[in-house]
Each structure stands twice: as structure tokens, then as C-alpha cells.
Design a protein around this ligand. Structure first.
Ligand SMILES: CCCCC/C=C\C/C=C\CCCCCCCC(=O)SCCNC(=O)CCNC(=O)[C@H](O)C(C)(C)COP(=O)(O)OP(=O)(O)OC[C@H]1O[C@@H](n2cnc3c(N)ncnc32)[C@H](O)[C@@H]1OP(=O)(O)O
Length: 253
């Protein structure tokens, strides 16, 4: 069985109601169907723009899911309008002063990593091993993620790291936010390559979750990037600052 944190987070990923059963208790096809109902697009299914490395790794990890030791995590692009009400409630609970500003824009909202044309930006799929507290993200970055010519932009690498360590923290801690992300870029990542983003939950201390991460070539011989991160589990209505004020009246430059 999945732990309570993972089950709660998977419930959240289905739409924040938390009523759905844990993923592993459902057959794969039923699980995909249940996600399909709440997500506008299935980004966790293979797409024609995936290259052979991405597809091969997807197949390898899907096979590892058969004995239940790994599960494939869902991903979304837009929250369905029906579910955006649940997210409004979530924002109100955690960021009450910002909810009016944010809720006006929620219908246009889109997950940052999914805002690119197929194959041009972030193509990725994540697999979770609860016993090892690991998430492996198979990531194929597209040509619109270029920084130095021929290589990924460091911000794109940071984004996929944050998304992966973030999911690791969400499945273990529920509602969390990144407080700190430290990245060492060791070797540039060739544009349009497929890489493995390996993340590991190292420890939990109270509300703090420490997650580390390595971005590696698919044969794991090249270490491209190393990162450590700190996530904080949010406490409802414990906000020391006024987000709405910050949005409406930003400090002068
Ligand atoms: C979340 C939604 C759930 C539903 C899921 C549905 C769909 C998810 C699908 C996809 C998700 C993709 C995953 C993407 C992950 C991306 C995550 C992000 O990028 S979040 C955006 C960037 N982060 C922020 O904007 C956070 C801004 N900061 C804050 O809001 C706050 O500072 C805080 C991090 C929330 C902490 O504030 P809080 O008041 O709650 O805590 P404290 O300040 O009291 O701190 C507690 C404790 O932690 C220590 N701390 C805090 N910050 C740091 C730091 N930077 N470095 C070191 N230590 C830190 C602080 O000292 C306290 O320690 P102690 O208790 O020992 O005193």
C-alpha cells in the first residue's frame, strides 16, 4: 500500500478531493481512465514526438511498475474547470490574501512545463518508488529550451529538477513549496537529448523535507547536474506576508 502522504498527494493530483483510491490498488488502465477524467491531456502517455531513448526508458520503467515496486505518476497541463474550484479553495486556505488576485486568472492557468508545443519544450514522465523514496524523471528537452547554442538553458534544467524534487516532496509531504534549491552545473546537457533526473528524499525534519537530485546521461556515465533542495510543508493561514499586496504594489526597482 502507498503511505498516507503518497495517497493524499495522488488524491491531490487527481483534483484535490482526495477521495480516489491509491494508484496501486487500481489496474493501470483504470487508473489512467480515472486521471483522464480530471486532466485535460494525458502527458504521462507516450507521444509521437518522443524519441527512441525516451520511449525505450518509458517502456523499461513501465515494466518495473508491473510488480508494484514503482508507479507512474500522472501529469497535467490544465486543471479542468470543474477542478479549478477545488484549487481556488486550496489557494484560499493557504494564501488567503492572494486568492482574489489568483482566482481571477486560474481559468487561464497552465503548468509551466507543459506550456510548449509537443516536442519543443519539456517532454517528461515520472516514476515513483515508495520503498526507496525515489522519483526518476525521464526527460527529453526540446529545441526551445536552448541556452548556450547546442545546449540546454540552465533555467530549463533547474525547472525540470524543481518539478522532480517537488513531486518527491509532494508525494511524501502533501502540500509543500520549494524554500531552497541549490544546483551545481557540472557538464552542459546537449540540446534535444534524453536524460535521467534521479531524485531522492533524504530526510524529513518536522515540516522540512530535504530532497537531492542528480541529472545523468541515460547510461548514468555522465553526471550533468547535482542539486539539493529544501521543501516546507505549508500550514494553512500561517502567512507572514501579504501576497496580494506584493502583486498589486510591487516594490520599486
Ligand atoms: C502544492 C499543490 C498540491 C496539489 C498538487 C497538485 C498538482 C501538482 C502537480 C504538479 C506539481 C509540479 C511540482 C512543481 C514543484 C514546484 C515547486 C515550486 O517551485 S514552489 C515556487 C517557489 N517557491 C516559493 O514561491 C515559496 C516562497 N516561500 C514561502 O512561501 C515560504 O517562505 C515557505 C517556503 C512556505 C515557508 O514559510 P512558512 O511561514 O511556512 O515557514 P517558516 O518561514 O516558518 O519556515 C519553517 C522552517 O523552515 C526554515 N526555512 C524556511 N525557508 C528556508 C530556506 N530558504 N532555507 C533554509 N531554511 C528555511 C525556517 O527557518 C523554519 O525553520 P525552523 O522551524 O527550524 O525555525
Amino acid at each position: 500500500m502507498l503511505g498516507r502522504g503518497a495517497a493524499r498527494a495522488l488524491g491531490a493530483l487527481r483534483g484535490l478531493r482526495g477521495g480516489a483510491p491509491p494508484a496501486r490498488s487500481l489496474g493501470l488502465s483504470r487508473r489512467l481512465l480515472s486521471f483522464k477524467k480530471v486532466l485535460d491531456k494525458d502527458h504521462f502517455l507516450p507521444k509521437p514526438c518522443w524519441g527512441k531513448d525516451m520511449r525505450r526508458l518509458f517502456d523499461q520503467f513501465t515494466k518495473k511498475c508491473e510488480d508494484g515496486s514503482w508507479i507512474q505518476l500522472p501529469s497535467y497541463e490544465h486543471i479542468s474547470s470543474q477542478r479549478s474550484q477545488d484549487f481556488s479553495a486550496f489557494i484560499h486556505a493557504y494564501f488567503p490574501s492572494a486568492s482574489e488576485v489568483i482566482n481571477e486568472k486560474l481559468s487561464q492557468a497552465q503548468l509551466f512545463t507543459r506550456g510548449f508545443e509537443d516536442g519543443m519544450g519539456f517532454e517528461y514522465v515520472m516514476f515513483y518508488n515508495e520503498a526507496e523514496k525515489r522519483i526518476v524523471c525521464v526527460f527529453q528537452g526540446g529545441p526551445h529550451l536552448q541556452g548556450m547554442p547546442g545546449f540546454f538553458h540552465g533555467g530549463a534544467t533547474a525547472t525540470i529538477i524543481d518539478a522532480t524534487v517537488g513531486m518527491n516532496a509532494i508525494v511524501s509531504g502533501g502540500i509543500v513549496m520549494t524554500a531552497n534549491l541549490n544546483i551545481n552545473f557540472k557538464s552542459p546537457i546537449p540540446l534535444c537529448s534524453t536524460v535521467l533526473v534521479n531524485s531522492q528524499l533524504d530526510k524529513i525534519e518536522g515540516r522540512k523535507l530535504f530532497v537531492s537530485c542528480k541529472v545523468q546521461s541515460i547510461d548514468e556515465k555522465i553526471l550533468y547536474t547535482e542539486a539539493t533542495s529544501l521543501f516546507i510543508m505549508l500550514e494553512p493561514k500561517k502567512k507572514k506576508y501579504d501576497l496580494k499586496e506584493a502583486v498589486l504594489n510591487p516594490l520599486p526597482a
